[in-house]
Design a protein around this ligand. Sequence first.
Ligand SMILES: *Cc1c(COP(=O)(O)O)cnc(C)c1O
Length: 400
Amino acid sequence: MNTQDYIKIEEQYGAHNYHPLDVVINKAEGVWVWDVNGNKYLDCLAAYSAVNQGHCHPRIIKAMKEQADKVTLTSRAFRNDQLPLLCKELCELTGYEMMLPMNSGAEAVETAIKASRKWGYKVKGVQENSAEIIACENNFAGRTITVISFSTEEQYKDGFGPLTPGFKTIPYNDAEALGKAITPNTVAFIVEPIQGEGGVIIPSEGYLKKVYDICKKNNVLFIADEIQSGLGRSGKLFAFEYAGIKPDIVTIGKALSGGCYPVSVVLSSKEVLGVFNPGDHGSTFGGNPLGAAIARESIKVLIEENLIENSYRLGKYFMERLHEIKSPHIHEIRGKGLFIGIELNDNANGARRFCEALMNKGILSKETHVNVIRFAPPLVITKEEIDWALERIKEVLMMD
Ligand SMILES: *Cc1c(COP(=O)(O)O)cnc(C)c1O
């Protein structure tokens, strides 16, 4: 079977809820992936930052295989010997008191919302069923009904109502708007320290600290959604570290398993996660020993292989070199660590054709929001590989 055969079958039998580039991958290693014709590509998307440790990292694959031979799923009706260690290791690494494991990122966000509401009723004293949560315009937090209920992207909501009430949205990067939106019923403010799907949007210096202080002053929980920006992507373990704050709740997912398994986690305090009692919330696969073993090793790889520092250092280098490209299409280059977006001018005719041209030169990236090309390679990338990519990126950005 060739590329077109696979595409045809998927188009016939699979729902069309994505519009992928027409490359059919069947092998990957580190920063590289291969298609069914044997063509090799540099992966500059890293599965939306789920593969920060690089594809099929040998240590993570080894941990996965070893655990698969022992026990994969107990459900939380029973205990297993991996979840306790993941809880301890993650809390010690991040400085949080407790964590709650789920699978997808959207579930972690849902869990953070449930925790905040319950905290609002049981701890803050908000009247039952009247809790409000404030989110930012242009956010992305997943695709469940509740999570899309605070999206401002019309397509994400169109046809899926009735939506979940209890959310307000305010402009991103506008601290004053938060102050105005908070009421006595506000229990939480959820924000991406860097908006990923929104187009790698980096708020102004001081914004996160300001909104954090406003939350503290009003007894409102500050939820940092670090599912994409976290775990080294921004050049720090968490992007919020640049602001010198400690959010009340942090959601992580994606790279928590190095791309090997869906694992997500909510990190918080005993005061917040302590609102959950047995039976309040759960997931059949959440906290399973296979996922926990994979997450434990993925975190160790991130730290022991200095991938966070690599992201910081090579992200700076990548950005500097991108700034040297004098293309009429470039409107703005933004980034922190290896989390980089190039916003094109409106008359560049969209980012997709540039992503297709990059693909033809052996680089995989994906447009986000029509006009932005995102470069977010696995954090194991080397300077030489970035130089290789830059030559091709330059050629593509110089096309008509
Ligand atoms: C990807 C993402 C999510 C959702 O994660 P899924 O695993 O796709 O459900 C939530 N928040 C942010 C910031 C993300 O980038």
